[in-house]
Design a protein around this ligand. Structure first.
Ligand SMILES: C[S@@+](CC[C@H](N)C(=O)[O-])C[C@H]1O[C@@H](n2cnc3c(N)ncnc32)[C@H](O)[C@@H]1O
Length: 284
């Protein structure tokens, strides 16, 4: 258990992935609280708002799937907001995620509407991706949060799980997005009187951002201090800043060809989302 003394003596800057590798998506209580953020229509964090997801799906269906019914594997699918829509367009979808509340929501929606969606609760770094998919996708900047080695293994598994001519679709954060957040070296704090994302009790959240130039990695560290007990919980998230060249190289090295880099998941520059890219590559 961490104390305020541990917090004061913290290592600064922490090395990338040294103190942890993500916020606790897979913790059941955190996952319940995060589900409300996914479904919120007041911000684009966790998941985008409904209209934006509709636009993304229209582009994926038209440009990536070429309007054909397809077998789709969504890695880090969250509450199934993309898989559900693709299933309504005739796709057969599998979603993998390790957040229990998000998956429960996705399963309930699929059951309610009789959608062809299967959900697997697993860490995408360890999960079996199956075979014969026409599209494997990883959206919402998740590709950046894995170490370069883990990201390469995920791509290699995706390649092996695709049918001939199948496509991978990544929505990585742009190089400038990740570097900008890291280099800002923000150090900020806020208090929550009742329930917040990190706790359902009154608490203080201290956030620090760091940039590691040699590995081109941003690290975001949160210390959450419980108001009553002063107990401290730490969550640390690192993200790689990929250049377009590095992404193209990585995809070529993992067996993909025909790499296309688009300015957003609607295929054109999107004023609502200047932070991410859409990258499509196909198997030979
Ligand atoms: C920002 S949300 C995006 C969810 C969904 N793709 C969307 O756009 O609505 C990130 C998701 O990645 C999942 N995730 C993060 N790391 C993961 C891992 N190692 N294995 C499985 N899921 C993971 C989280 O549980 C969360 O649901």
């Amino acid at each position: 258990m961490m104390t305020l003394a541990d917090m004061i003596e913290r290592k600064t800057p922490p090395g990338p992935w040294e103190e942890g590798d993500n916020i606790p998506w897979d913790d059941p209580e955190f996952s319940e609280r995060m589900l409300a953020e996914h479904l919120s229509q007041s911000h684009h964090l966790a998941s985008r708002k409904r209209e934006k997801i509709d636009q993304h799906i229209a582009w994926i269906h038209e440009t990536v799937l070429r309007r054909k019914p397809a077998r789709v594997l969504d890695l880090a699918c969250g509450p199934g907001l993309y898989t559900g829509r693709l299933a309504r367009l005739g796709c057969e979808c599998v979603g993998i995620d390790f957040a229990p509340a998000a998956l429960a929501h996705a399963r309930a929606a699929a059951e309610r509407e009789g959608l062809s969606c299967t959900y697997v609760q697993a860490d995408v770094r360890e999960a079996d991706f199956g075979a014969g998919h026409d599209l494997v996708m990883m959206l919402s900047g998740q590709f950046n949060v894995f170490t370069r080695d883990a990201a390469r293994r995920i791509l290699a598994k995706a390649r092996a799980a695709l049918a001939p001519g199948g496509a991978v679709l990544l929505e990585p954060q742009r190089f400038e997005t990740v570097r900008g957040e890291g280099q800002a070296r923000t150090s900020s704090w806020y208090t929550v009187a009742g329930a917040g994302l990190f706790s359902d009790r009154a608490h203080l959240v201290c956030q620090e951002d760091f940039w590691d130039e040699p590995s081109r990695t941003k690290t975001q560290r949160y210390h959450v201090v419980d108001a009553e007990t002063a107990r401290v919980t730490r969550h640390v998230l690192s993200a790689v800043a990929y250049t377009e060249d590095e992404l193209r190289r990585l995809l070529a090295e993992t067996g993909f060809e025909g790499v296309e880099v688009h300015p957003s998941l609607i295929g054109a520059p999107d004023a609502d989302d200047p932070w991410n890219l859409a990258v499509v590559a196909r198997t030979p």
